[in-house]
Structures are given as C-alpha cells and as structure tokens.
Ligand binder design. Structure first.
Ligand code: G3P
Length: 217
C-alpha cells in the first residue's frame, strides 16, 4: 500500500520523506489555506521534494475553466496529479486530461456509483472520503470495501486512494480491505509507530542495560 501525505506543509513532508514514508502528496484548497502559501509556489516545492504523484486541485466549477486550470497546474512538474471534484464537469475534465496523458485524482467521492463514473472517465486515482462519512454516522470503510469489490469485478485500474483519514484504525482497515493508497495527515502517519508495549519494553531493556555497566560505543 502506498502512503501519500495529506498536507501542504513542506517541513512535515520533508521529515517523512527522509524516512522513506512518502509515496506521494495530496493537497486541497483548505490545506493550501492552512499553509498560508501561494499554490503554485508551494506545489512546485513539494514536487521538487517528492518523486511520486502530487495532487493539486482545480477550483473552477465549469469544465472549460477546470481543464484550463488543470493544464496550468500540470505544467508545474511532471509528477502533478490534477485533482478534480466528482461532478459532471470534473468527470469531463478527468476524461480530457487523462486522454492527454495527465494523471488525474477525482476527489470528494462519497458513493460507489461515483467511483464507477470516475473509473470510466479514466481517473488515475479515486478519493473516497472516509472520515466525512463517519462524521454523518455512515461507515466510510464500507465505501472503500464496496469500491474495491466493484473495481475488481471489472478490472478497473483506477487506484483507490483512501482519503479523509483521521485515525490509525482507518489506515489498518484500508490496508486490510486493499485500498491501493492512503492519504493521511502527517500526525496520523507518525502515530502508526506508537504502541504502549513498545514503550514499556524499551524502558525495561534500557533499565537492564544500565545495570550491566556496558557500552556499545
Ligand atoms: O484527503 C482529503 C482530506 O484532506 C479531507 O480530510 O479530515 O478534512 O475530511 P478531512
């Protein structure tokens, strides 16, 4: 399973990238706002840092404008994945840009039927939002499982990019179901290493080691 980092914070991306944990990055207008950076500048910096796909989202709502924005974003670097919302205009943009050989991430997916449409439009990635479904008392993981089954039934190659991940259990469940990619905030990815028994075990080992009076270096 690939790990994308869901942020536009350069330092956080660099820290995880140095550990080999970053297969790509996803951004959106809210994350650009949070970063306080210019979209074109910060996206270029991320693309220079990370080898894998970097999603940059269009903000127009009409297809012609979306396509123009997508083409402009695509010029930032060869690893840009143009991100479009799951609307008919977004699907048209997806079809046009993928026909031109551009990676496209179709975002704001909340149903299996929407995911089917994105696959038929040639999307490179489909982004079902887990946390936002959980927020309204639905089960985001059910959607990931349903899309996995449907894509496998027909051999669709669109990659399932589990998004709106809020917890470490979302990561585990996405991996179990077979999502191709998860995108998560840096904080969630860092928490994946945590286990109280690891901390406790290390404490015991260090205490015993101190009693030996030995040194390795
Ligand atoms: O990848 C989509 C993500 O940024 C949305 O997450 O937590 O705002 O629902 P959230």
């Amino acid at each position: 399973m690939k790990f994308f980092v869901d942020t536009a914070e350069i330092d956080a991306i660099a820290e995880l990238n140095d550990l080999g944990m970053v297969d790509g990055v996803t951004t959106n207008p809210s994350l650009i706002l949070k970063s306080g950076r210019d979209i074109l500048e910060v996206t270029k910096e991320i693309c220079d840092l990370v080898e894998g796909p970097v999603s940059a989202e269009v903000v127009a709502t009409e297809a012609d404008d979306m396509i123009a924005e997508g083409r402009k974003l695509a010029k930032i670097a060869s690893n840009i994945a143009v991100k479009v919302p799951l609307t008919w205009a977004g699907l048209k943009t997806c079809k046009t840009l993928t026909d031109e050989g551009q990676m496209v991430n179709v975002t704001l997916c909340f149903s299996t039927n929407q995911a089917l449409l994105a696959a038929k439009a040639g999307a490179t990635f489909i982004s079902p939002f887990i946390g936002r479904l959980d927020d309204i008392n639905l089960d985001g993981m059910d959607l990931i499982a349903d899309i996995r089954q449907v894509y496998d039934n027909y051999g669709f190659e669109t990659e399932i990019l589990a998004a709106s991940i809020r917890t470490v259990n979302h990561v585990t469940d996405s991996a179990r179901i077979g999502a191709d990619v998860i995108t998560a905030p840096p904080g969630v990815i860092k928490k994946l290493a945590d286990h109280p028994l690891t901390d406790k075990g290390l404490e015991i080992f260090l205490a015993d080691w101190a009693k030996t009076g030995q040194k390795i270096l």
